[in-house]
Design a protein around this ligand. Structure first.
Ligand SMILES: Nc1ncnc2c1ncn2[C@@H]1O[C@H](COP(=O)(O)OP(=O)(O)O)[C@@H](O)[C@H]1O
Ligand SMILES: [Mg+2]
Length: 374
């Protein structure tokens, strides 16, 4: 695969003190759907603006197809941006909005017409050419903005939370639509979101960030199954994160028991973080359980139940299709591939069990009960 953009040791701060981006290294490839994912304020927009040329790094290099472009202005970069607030021209109709970048380039009239119609058909807005953009729905306006950004065929399209303003149903539709457009055009998309589900469902590559740093780069499946540390495990999906000790290759001890796992090459007796996803826990009869616990809450979520189980004071979240009752004692079994071992990190003790989760639920139900009393 051909590298399009290389970010090398990028550092950026605004006040000269706390770095907003801290030594960012990332390779971005041709025809890739890459997503920058992280909590609000972690530096996603700043990184995108650096690639677009709207900011310059304090140190480090931005390489575009082999050339250093740190000081190249935005309009000379083969990159285009779709912002969350898609600034369409309200006085122009759909056709003229999309044609705008081509007219700026003084392309011949016939060529403009051909390219605009091709783009409108790509974003499923054929027949809307003469419609005023002010009479379009949010989703349609967003598609016009995307068509306008793509019409001059940039090498790279930057999208900063472009679906943030849309309601859930439309957002899901546009996710599918955007993915399709990316595959059809072969243009590299660099997409920003703080929504992990959106990132996992759309991306070839997910880049997990927090506090100006990249934690992990990988496919959605890699990031979900093999999180590098407790931050990533907690941020991507639901995770039970336990303190453990790696006794030897393939053998880990936690919750007072020894388990078989698939991990190796840790030091003998190295302290580790153990992550177990809620859907990977098997519920078994008490006498067969490697661990046993008492169910403290049960929530039905349509396809499965989400239950909280107290195992010697540690509260596990378990997703199951078996029905269990509150206060029931159950056995838990973990297959070796349900257990994933992570190195200890600065995030180790920040995340763990679901005691606060069930407390929140308890508090909520208490509030509701109080309301009912009134
Ligand atoms: N122009 C600016 N001046 C000062 N601080 C900024 C500026 N732009 C962003 N920041 C700060 O940089 C940090 C990262 O912001 P941003 O890149 O917008 O994060 P994200 O897009 O991940 O929410 C935040 O703390 C934000 O307040
Ligand atoms: Mg942002």
């Amino acid at each position: 695969m051909k590298k399009i953009i290389e970010l090398k040791n990028i550092t950026k701060s605004f006040d000269g003190e706390t770095p907003v981006l801290d030594n960012i290294n990332l390779d971005i490839y041709d025809n890739e759907f890459l997503t920058l994912l992280g909590p609000s304020g972690c530096g996603k927009t700043t990184l995108l603006r650096l690639i677009g040329g709207f900011e310059t790094p304090d140190s480090g290099d931005i390489i575009f197809l082999g050339d250093r472009i740190n000081d190249v202005p935005p309009y000379k970069r083969n990159v285009n941006t779709v912002f969350q607030k898609y600034a369409l021209f309200p006085h122009l109709n759909v056709f003229d909005n999309v044609a705008f970048p081509l007219r700026e380039k003084k392309l011949p009239k016939e060529e403009i017409e051909e390219k605009v119609l091709e783009m409108l058909s790509l974003v499923a807005l054929k027949g809307f050419e003469k419609r005023s953009v002010t009479r379009l729905s949010g989703g349609q306006q967003q598609r016009v903005a995307i068509a306008r950004a793509l019409v001059a065929h940039p090498k790279v399209l930057l999208l900063d939370e472009p679906l943030g303003a849309l309601d859930l149903k439309l957002r899901k539709d546009m996710q599918v639509e955007l993915k399709k457009i990316q595959k059809q055009t072969g243009i590299t998309f660099i997409f920003v979101t703080h929504d992990q589900e959106e990132a996992l469902s759309m991306s070839d590559t997910v880049v997990v960030m927090s506090e100006g740093k990249i934690h992990q780069v990988g496919t959605s499946v890699d990031i979900y199954n093999e999180p590098v540390n407790a931050f990533v495990a907690d941020f991507i999906g639901e995770s039970n994160i336990l303190d453990g000790v790696m006794l030897e290759d393939y053998k880990v001890r936690f919750s007072g028991q020894t388990f078989q796992c698939l991990d190796k090459e840790f030091m003998k007796n190295e302290p580790v973080d153990v992550v177990v996803r809620p859907e990977d826990v098997d519920i078994v009869p008490v006498e067969q359980g490697q661990l046993t616990g008492v169910v403290t809450s049960v929530t039905f979520l349509g396809v499965h139940y989400e239950i909280i189980v107290d195992v010697n004071g540690f509260k596990w979240m378990i997703q199951t299709t078996d029905f269990v009752d509150v206060d029931e004692r159950i056995g838990i079994e973990l297959e070796p591939d349900a257990i994933h071992i992570m190195k200890k990190s600065e995030y180790s003790n920040l995340y763990g069990d679901y005691s606060s989760f069930s407390n929140e639920l308890d508090e909520l139900s208490e509030v509701e009960e109080e309301d009912e009393d009134e």
